[in-house]
Design a binder for this molecule. Structure first.
Ligand code: HEM
Length: 471
């Protein structure tokens, strides 16, 4: 049945079985979603098979739904390929309710206890940056592809919190984790996931979406092993990391609790994936633009050098004195558009938006891309312009449409950690090295590859050493 419910937002006419599948370029539907929003409005609908979905475009519609009507729009759809692959566990895809709320609160508290907002998280990040520096030093005077380097570093930072360990960059376990995450980030919003979600009858066939299931199973095995190792070595009440904290919580809570070991297995993977493939793709975008915009990189360097003068390392507090570098990081996030369609939401009750009626259980797609590049919201919506984030006095200014972490009760719970990583990594690397675009690399291609996360196409950059005598 592909009938729009009464007073439902308008949209293209669906075909039986297919819904609006044929309206979209399944490899990258972002332009089609923009076109449909221009045609049908900021709140429009389309069908994924027989399932109606509402797409929210532009800062106003997204805020009206996710912030003003926060609870109504705070659910997560169930029954999609991603839910089946993750077996209904974890926090990212958990529907609105006590299980989600308790787990979200627990993660925020644990991140805080392990040093977010304190010096110890800065130490962890700067510790990891020293490995990145060592890696880059081997490429001085040459070119290198940063593709896996930033994934390795972001992964190690969250791993140190989750399981109290980091991996050497050539460690097999690290390579496997990164491979599974980057593959699934592309499968999960890709054509095969769309086909799975549109045609229930094909779900049991051995089609390429099976790979996503297999990847999750492999990652779950690795997660279970880590938990088992922790069980053998932990001292109850003296947690070393996130796993220990959760195991302590399991001891404390009774049978009725939403905390269970099965949840922990997926929860670790959720946090590991969410922290790795986002921060790294944002850094890849930042360094792509910095190596092709030498004048902007130079201005950052001057500011960093002036503020860190005489200090051996940066700290997160320094950001307040570095408005230009901060603007560059924000502009990189705007263009990186790392999670282009957010994570899909779902209505938790029958609700109204702009006079339209949206029944409980409707799939909601917050098109964050549309806000990050919305005409009228930015001084320059096209291209790399740090001035989008600077006022007349040269101070940092964040336009309302800046929402790479989404907004409302489901917004990214790792924003604090991500901001700290982006700042400390970028500042420390720009202080040590100068990055450039290789002469033989041709024109840079800024068009990213689509998925749950956007990824810059692989590129190389030149690496040269700054005068580090004063550090
Ligand atoms: C630049 C880096 C990052 C970006 C751009 C980003 C972006 C996002 C976005 C857009 C969402 C969906 C919000 C929504 O549904 O409305 C999200 C959710 C989430 N992020 Fe991040 N994220 C980043 C880093 C991190 C880090 C470092 C962590 C882990 C500490 C993390 C953990 C999560 C979790 C657990 C959720 C699900 C929250 C929920 O459903 O309640 N993210 N993120």
């Amino acid at each position: 049945n592909t009938q729009r419910p009464d007073k439902f937002p308008p949209g293209p006419r669906p075909l039986p079985l297919f819904g609006n599948l044929l309206e979209l370029n399944l490899l990258n539907p972002l332009n089609d979603l923009q076109r449909l929003s221009d045609q049908y409005g900021r709140v429009f609908s389309l069908f994924i098979g027989s399932r109606p979905a509402v797409v929210l475009s532009g800062v106003e519609a997204i805020k009206e739904a996710l912030v003003t009507k926060a609870v109504d729009f705070a659910g997560r759809p169930q029954g999609l390929m991603v839910n089946h692959a993750t077996k209904g566990k974890g926090v990212i895809l958990a529907d609105y309710g006590p299980g989600w709320r308790e787990h979200r609160r627990f993660a925020l508290m644990t991140l805080k206890n392990f040093g977010l907002g304190k010096e110890s998280m800065e130490e962890r990040i700067l510790g990891e940056v020293s490995y990145v520096i060592a890696k880059l030093e081997t490429f001085v005077g040459k070119t290198m592809s940063p593709q896996t380097m930033f994934h390795n570093a972001s992964s190690n930072i969250i791993c140190s919190v989750l399981f109290g360990a980091r991996y050497e960059y050539d460690d097999e376990a690290l390579k496997i984790f990164i491979k599974l995450y980057t593959e699934n980030a592309k499968i999960a919003n890709g054509p095969w996931a769309m086909i799975y979600d549109t045609f229930p009858l094909v779900r049991c066939l051995p089609l390429p979406f099976r790979k996503a299931f297999k990847n999750v199973d492999t990652a779950m095995e690795m997660s279970k092993n880590l938990i088992n190792q922790h069980k053998k070595t932990r001292v109850p009440g003296q947690p070393r990391d996130f796993i220990d904290c959760y195991l302590d919580e399991l001891d404390k809570r009774g049978e009725e609790s939403t905390f269970e070991e099965e949840q922990l297995v997926m929860y670790i993977l959720d946090l590991h994936f969410a922290a790795t493939d986002t921060t790294s793709n944002t850094l890849l975008t930042a360094f792509l633009y910095l190596s092709t915009h030498p004048e902007i990189q130079e201005r950052c360097y001057q500011e960093i050098n002036e503020i860190l003068n005489g200090k051996d390392k940066a700290c997160f507090e320094d950001r307040h004195q570095m408005p230009y570098t901060q603007a560059v990081i924000h502009e990189s996030q705007r263009l990186a558009n790392t999670v282009p369609l957010s994570v899909f939401h779902c209505t938790t009750k029958d609700t109204e938006l702009r006079g339209y009626h949206i029944p409980k259980g409707t799939l909601i797609i917050p098109n964050l891309t549309s806000a990050l590049s919305e005409e009228g919201q930015w001084k320059c919506a096209q291209g790399f312009h740090p001035t989008n984030f600077l006022n007349e006095q040269g101070e940092l200014e964040k336009p309302e449409a800046f929402m790479p972490f989404s907004v409302g009760p489901r917004m990214c719970l790792g924003e604090g950690l991500a901001r700290m990583e982006l700042f400390l990594i970028l500042v420390t690397l720009l202080r040590h090295f100068k990055f450039g675009w290789p002469e033989d690399a041709g024109e840079p291609d800024y068009t990213p590859v689509f998925g749950v996360t956007l990824t810059p196409k692989p590129y190389r950059m030149t690496v040269s050493l700054r005068n580090t005598a004063q550090i």
